[in-house]
Design a protein around this ligand. Structure first.
Ligand code: NAD
Ligand code: MG
Length: 389
């Protein structure tokens, strides 16, 4: 039996992971499930899967969780430390599917106890790629990518020599506004941005798809995970979201990973790795599809892509600043304090301010310094928004 923990179990990736695990209950021993506000769902899944412990990120919800689990023998806990403790419980496989910077510390804890970390939380790699990869190495643990593009690249690289890789191309649907006139973006609402043409995902990543901040994070994630130079990493718009990524080799070959937009493929690949097992995903009928389309990823329409290049070139703790500024800009957009295009303007302003600050970006890569960069970027983003209003 594989001992599994799911961090962010109540979210979109968490629920898809549970869907796969619940299909083969005898194969898995569920250690911990974590969630946020949705206590009913967290308790229901913990009971259904027979978890040892259920943890909510919100300390104010501890009593509600205890009540929902009363008489089941399942432990209830709450708060940031409890999340890290849950991730530290011995498990073979840990799904990291908390959204945002909050996923970093529990993910590192899972690696420290030697678990295989199925990483959906791309923010971990963006903020602290060198720290995550070094922790895995030092603890004899493994990180497997769950982002669809990175799972696709990983699969295209099986049996290949990294020295033969010429380029990595990740695809982007273009999100909700890919066909909108540029002038209209000024008036785009959070509700409009949260509608994805192809994928069914959490609210924040769906809006990040419309702004391409998601693809920007993924370019950085590619650099950190695969150790490829930024100049060899590209994004291309592919409206159908059927090719997830392509790897180009020195002999001109381009290997594409093709499949329906269903995260259960990438989750299942990471769950069963190095085996391949049956997965309940649709099979493509290529003749019925007829054609696939591609267009350039326009850095004027999506300034986040240009910013990601600058972040990769500058390096150091730039990724932590970039991610935190992006998370706050998104909060301000959701609260209708800034417009959709202002999100990238705020992030750019924060980067410029903090790049100018001596000692911050070049500080050694440890969790305290990453937290400090994250915190400063949030404060600076809030100040920038206040000044612009
Ligand atoms: P979601 O919003 O649906 O779920 C997020 C989960 O994190 C929930 O369980 C929530 O309770 C928990 N959470 C939220 N804030 C928290 C906090 N401060 N502390 C602890 N837990 C907290 O998000 P999602 O779409 O499932 O995405 C999860 C991660 O996977 C993100 O990093 C996202 O970028 C990545 N990802 C998602 C998809 C997708 O298809 N949804 C695809 C690729 C990568
Ligand atoms: Mg992705």
């Amino acid at each position: 039996m594989k001992r599994v923990t799911i961090l962010g179990a109540t979210g979109s990736i968490g629920q898809n992971t549970i869907d796969l695990i619940a299909r083969a209950p005898d194969d898995y021993d569920v250690v911990a499930l974590t969630g946020g506000q949705n206590i009913t769902q967290l308790a229901r899944d913990a009971i259904r899967l027979g978890a040892d412990v259920a943890v909510t990120a919100d300390e104010g919800k501890l009593e509600a969780l205890r009540a929902a689990l009363a008489g089941t023998g399942i432990e209830a806990a709450a708060g940031e430390t409890a999340l890290v403790d849950a991730a530290s419980r011995p498990a073979d496989w840990v799904m990291s599917a908390i959204v945002g910077f909050a996923g970093l510390a529990p993910g590192l804890a899972a690696l420290r106890q030697g678990a295989t970390l199925a990483l959906a939380n791309k923010e971990s790699l963006v903020c602290a790629g060198p720290l995550v990869m070094a922790t895995a190495r030092d603890c004899g643990a493994r990180v497997l990518p769950v982002d669809s593009e990175h799972s696709a690249v990983f699969q295209a690289l099986v049996g290949e020599d990294m020295a033969a890789v010429e380029r990595i191309v990740i695809t982007a649907s273009g999100g909700a506004f890919r066909d909108w006139p540029l002038e209209a973006l000024e008036h785009a609402t959070p509700e409009e941005a949260a509608t994805h043409p192809n994928w069914d995902m959490g609210q924040r990543i769906t809006i990040d798809s419309a702004s391409m901040f998601n693809k920007a994070l993924e370019l950085i994630e590619t650099k950190e995970y695969f150790g490829v130079e930024p100049s060899r990493i590209e994004a291309v718009v592919h409206p159908e979201s059927l090719i997830h990524a392509l790897v180009g080799f020195r002999d001109g070959a381009l290997m594409a990973h093709v499949g329906p937009p269903d995260m259960r493929h990438a989750i299942g690949f990471a769950l069963h790795y190095p085996e391949r097992r049956d997965l309940p995903v649709a099979r493509l009928d290529l003749a019925a599809l007829g054609q696939l389309n591609f267009r350039p990823a326009d850095e004027v329409r999506w300034p986040a892509l240009r910013l990601a290049r600058a972040v990769m070139e500058t390096g150091g703790l730039s990724g932590a600043v970039f991610n935190a500024a992006k998370e706050r800009a998104l909060d301000h957009f959701l609260a209708r304090r800034i417009s959709f295009p202002q999100m990238s303007a705020v992030v750019e302003a924060v980067l410029e301010r903090l790049w100018a600050r001596t000692g911050l970006i070049d500080a050694p890569f440890d969790l305290d310094n990453v937290r400090e960069a994250d915190h400063l970027a949030r404060v600076t983003a809030d100040e920038t928004v206040a000044e612009r209003r």
